[in-house]
Design a protein around this ligand. Structure first.
Ligand code: PLP
Length: 403
């Protein structure tokens, strides 16, 4: 393997010294032939695990038919996929793109353009929340609002007003004559698996209705089953006007989307948005197969059952290792464990035990098992956690975070 001193990949990731060449279900096989239990799911992407036979078949079949064609022409399979996503959600229209950040760019554009088309171009500002993550393009970074990501890239794009997460009075104060909408993740993923109560989402919906604002949900991480429903908004008790998807939508094949009601989309006319690759036939084939599997009876009951099991086991580990683990949070299989030791030390200790997890804000480690994880695999993951906690407990160099 190329080491970091000789790599020609732009060094923007602090990559672990570990490479993989194959995946099978919940397992990744390293270049050295070692098996790792993958509770990263490619950061909430491989919802159906690796090399799922239905996804492999769908891509292989599509690969012999058509790889790409331009959006100058009709897309029968894209039409079908869009119709199915609308049937399963609040939306009337779907735009396909290629990543989460690109989906979020579309969300921001549609929220702004809605007011423009209603004769209010001055209404372009969007209220966002501290701890959010919406992507790495210039607009989505501005929406994310975190100084550590914005520094060095010039003035952040104007038009975002950030308020503390869960603070409805702060949202009310931030609404002004230029406000166009409110943007929120149903559960903050990168921010540390932080939820808000249904009452907060209801209050946001009410504020939007009272002030003529659009409510936009970023479901790039939460969408496509991660929280135990196809879309996490279904668990908040409200429906948004606009929503983004990406990550698990293609089960590992890059595809994003934004979805909108007919009213929210009423300003979007030919020429107002576009993409060369968006709705690519390979991506549509992968996403259609993901949806086929997720919509089979019992799929989400199974996810919720595994969620309960994993959360119970993690809570028991928190009780037994209070100097290492502090708290379990999250919904479905978007589960975070707030650590007492620095979360990076816990991620490393778990990796040494051949369990892969992902760090997040607020000193949290995310356990993002593929949604097809078995009880036996959860048991194996918990045995890895046990060994990692034992190793950390006996290592005096690993102090509580911040000490
Ligand atoms: N929005 C949310 C909630 C995310 O979690 C992410 C990625 O982690 C993004 C947007 C950006 O997605 P991408 O990395 O595909 O651009």
């Amino acid at each position: 393997m190329t080491d970091s001193a000789t790599s020609h990949l732009l060094p923007v990731f602090a990559r672990a010294d570990l490479g993989f060449e194959r995946g099978e279900g919940c397992w990744l096989i390293s270049t050295k032939g070692e098996r790792y239990l993958d509770f990263t799911s490619g950061v909430a992407v491989n919802a159906l695990g690796h090399a799922h036979p239905r996804l492999v078949k769908a891509l292989q079949e599509q690969a012999t038919k058509l790889w790409h064609m331009s959006n100058l022409f009709k897309s029968p399979d894209g039409e079908k996929l869009a119709a199915r996503l609308c049937e399963q959600s609040f939306a009337d229209f779907v735009f396909f793109c290629n990543s989460g950040a690109e989906a979020m760019e579309g969300v921001i554009k549609i929220v702004r353009h809605y007011h423009f088309s209603k004769g209010h171009p001055e209404r372009y500002r969007i209220i966002t929340f501290e701890g959010a993550f919406h992507g790495r393009t210039l607009a989505t970074l501005a929406a994310t609002g975190a100084a550590k990501y914005l520094e060095g890239f010039g003035p952040p794009m104007d038009g975002f007003d950030q308020v503390p997460h869960g603070d409805i009075e702060a949202v009310k104060r931030a609404i002004g004559p230029e406000t166009a909408g409110i943007l929120i993740e149903p559960v903050q993923g990168e921010g540390g698996v932080r939820s808000a109560p249904p009452a907060f989402f209801k209050a946001l919906r009410q504020l939007c209705d009272d002030h003529g604002l659009l409510l936009a949900f970023d479901e790039v991480q939460t969408g496509m089953g991660r929280t135990g429903d196809l879309f996490a908004y279904k668990r908040t008790g409200v429906t948004p006007d606009v929503m983004s998807l990406a990550k698990a939508l293609g089960g590992g094949f890059p595809i994003g989307a934004f979805l909108a009601t007919a009213e929210a989309a009423s300003g979007m006319t030919p020429g107002s948005h576009g993409s060369t690759f968006g709705g690519n036939p390979l991506a549509v084939a992968a996403a259609s197969a993901v949806l086929d599997v997720m919509l089979e009876p019992g799929f989400f009951d199974y996810v919720q059952k595994m969620s309960l099991l994993l959360k119970q086991k993690l809570a028991s580990a928190v009780d037994r290792y209070p100097s290492i683990l502090a708290e379990v949070r999250g919904e479905g299989l978007l589960i975070g464990v707030k650590a007492v030791v620095p979360s990076g030390d816990l991620v490393n200790a778990l990796r040494e035990q051949k369990l892969l997890t992902v760090g997040a804000g607020d000193n949290v480690v995310r356990f993002l098992a593929p949604l097809i994880v078995s009880e036996a695999e959860i048991e194996q993951a918990m045995a890895c956690l046990e060994r990692a906690c034992t190793a950390l407990s006996s290592d005096p160099s690993k102090k509580a975070a911040g000490q």
